[in-house]
Design a protein around this ligand. Structure first.
Ligand code: AMP
Length: 197
C-alpha cells in the first residue's frame, strides 16, 4: 500500500501515519522528521535546511525529492509506505509520479485530512505546551510567526495538490476534526475501498 497523507500543519498527519504504520506494517516517511534528523546530525542537507525550516518556509524541491528518491529504494519500503509531509509542491508531486512510474508502481490513495483553519493554530500551540510539560524539546517552528509562514506555504504551494490528485482520481477527503480514533476509522474505510478498486 502506497499512501499520501495530505493536509495543513496540525491536521494530524504524523499521528495518523504512526497509527497506520503500526497497524499495517508500513513505513512512515516523514520528510519533516528526516530533515530534522539531518539538522541534528549537522549534515550538508541539514545545514541547508535549518534556517528555512525554522522560519516555516519550504526546503528546496531538489533536496526533498532527493531524500525521498533514496528512501523509497530501501528494502523496508518494498511492503509499502505512508508519505507524511511529502509531496508539498506540484513539482514534488510530478517527481513522485515519475519515480513510481519508473518502477511500474502507483499510489493507492491520497488522503486529505481536512481541518478548520481556526483550530490549527490552537492545535499547534497545544502540541508545544504538551511537549514542554512532558520535558521535551519544542519544535523550532512551533511558534506563532513560523506557523503563519507554514500555513501560507501550505495554501500557496501544497493546497493545489488537492485538485491535482482529485484529477488523478486518487483523492479521498476525510474529516480531521473528529477524535483521533475516529479519524483512523475513516482512513481504514478509505483503505478498504482502495483495496477493492
Ligand atoms: P513537517 O514536520 O512536515 O511539518 O515539516 C517541517 C518543515 O520541514 C517544513 O515546514 C518545511 O520547512 C520542511 N519540509 C518538510 N517536508 C517538506 C517538503 N516535502 N518540501 C519542502 N519542505 C519540507
Amino acid at each position: 500500500m502506497k499512501l499520501i497523507l495530505l493536509g495543513p500543519p496540525g491536521a494530524g498527519k504524523g499521528t495518523q501515519a504512526q497509527v497506520l504504520a503500526e497497524k499495517h506494517g508500513l513505513v512512515q516517511l516523514s520528510t519533516g522528521d528526516m530533515l530534522r534528523a539531518a539538522v541534528k546530525a549537522g549534515s550538508e542537507i541539514g545545514k541547508k535546511a535549518e534556517a528555512i525550516m525554522k522560519s516555516g518556509g519550504l526546503v528546496s524541491d531538489e533536496i526533498v525529492i532527493g531524500i525521498i528518491a533514496d528512501r523509497i529504494e530501501q528494502p523496508d519500503c518494498a511492503n509499502g509506505f505512508i508519505l507524511d509531509g511529502f509531496p508539498r509542491t506540484l513539482k514534488q508531486a510530478d517527481a513522485l509520479g515519475s519515480l513510481l512510474a519508473s518502477k511500474n508502481k502507483e499510489l493507492d490513495a491520497v488522503i486529505e485530512i481536512k481541518v478548520d483553519d481556526t483550530i490549527l493554530v490552537s492545535r499547534i500551540e497545544n502540541r508545544a505546551r504538551e511537549t514542554l510539560a512532558a520535558g521535551g524539546t519544542v519544535r523550532a517552528d512551533d511558534n506563532a510567526e513560523a506557523l503563519k509562514t507554514r500555513l501560507m506555504a501550505y495554501y500557496r504551494e501544497t493546497a493545489p495538490l488537492i485538485g491535482y490528485y482529485y484529477a488523478y482520481r486518487k483523492l479521498q477527503t476525510i474529516d480531521g476534526m473528529a477524535p483521533v480514533a475516529e479519524v483512523s476509522a475513516q482512513i481504514e474505510a478509505v483503505l478498504k475501498g482502495a483495496a477493492k478498486a
